[in-house]
Design a protein around this ligand. Structure first.
Ligand code: URA
Length: 197
């Protein structure tokens, strides 16, 4: 119950985040902010970059084409989507699918921090390099950062205020959409999560 209250408070604050450079764009397009989906009791939290159009139209993370591939990867290791919590570093859709700016990340990341404080996951799965850069800095292991090409599929150990956390950087699922040849690698990397289920 307390976890739910904390999440609802975050939800309300983001809904009213008028100072965000993405707020007007949200309102003009009848978009929703995408706060996150899944159980607050999850051991595993997956963090993407920012919502795409389908996500902004529905308010649900990873429900478009990247989401379909993510669902396939979850199914391939027998992990029920309802058992994890899925969210993004930035909660509103940036214009025309561009990457969120450093200022937008700085504005939205504290909400992600609070979500992690509420859920206290043991494992954080990073979908893409932007969440990787942020979470490595946040968990005190920024010195281990190189490129996603070198780090994907390898486990790292970091620390958050509530304790130790295993961190798994992965390629963003969209990589498998624009380069089908990468798909087997995405599925292979996902197998690392199996031991935490
Ligand atoms: N890409 C992301 O990073 N997040 C989503 O929710 C959808 C696509």
């Amino acid at each position: 119950m307390i976890k739910k209250d904390g999440m609802q408070k975050i939800n309300k604050e983001i809904l009213n985040l008028k100072e965000s450079p993405l707020y007007e764009y949200r309102i003009t397009n009848n978009y929703f902010p995408v706060i996150g989906e899944g159980t607050e009791k999850a051991n595993i939290v997956c963090i993407g970059e920012a919502p795409g159009k389908t996500e902004a139209l529905t308010g649900k993370p990873f429900c478009g084409r990247s989401g379909k591939l993510l669902d396939e990867m979850l199914a391939s290791i027998g992990l029920d989507r309802q058992k994890v919590y899925i969210t993004n570093l930035v909660k509103d859709r940036p214009h025309d699918n561009r990457d969120p700016s450093p200022e937008e990340i700085a504005l939205y990341a504290p909400f992600l921090d609070r979500q992690l404080e509420i859920i206290k996951p043991k494992v954080i799965v990073l979908l893409g390099r932007l969440s990787m850069y942020y979470i490595f800095s946040k968990t005190g292991i920024a010195t281990e950062l190189t490129t996603i090409g070198k780090m994907h599929g390898k486990l790292y150990k970091g620390k958050l205020s509530y304790g130790k956390v295993d961190i798994l950087p992965l390629y963003h699922p969209a990589v498998g959409l624009y380069n089908g040849g990468m798909k087997p690698q995405l599925f292979e990397d996902f197998k690392v999560i199996k031991k935490f289920i």
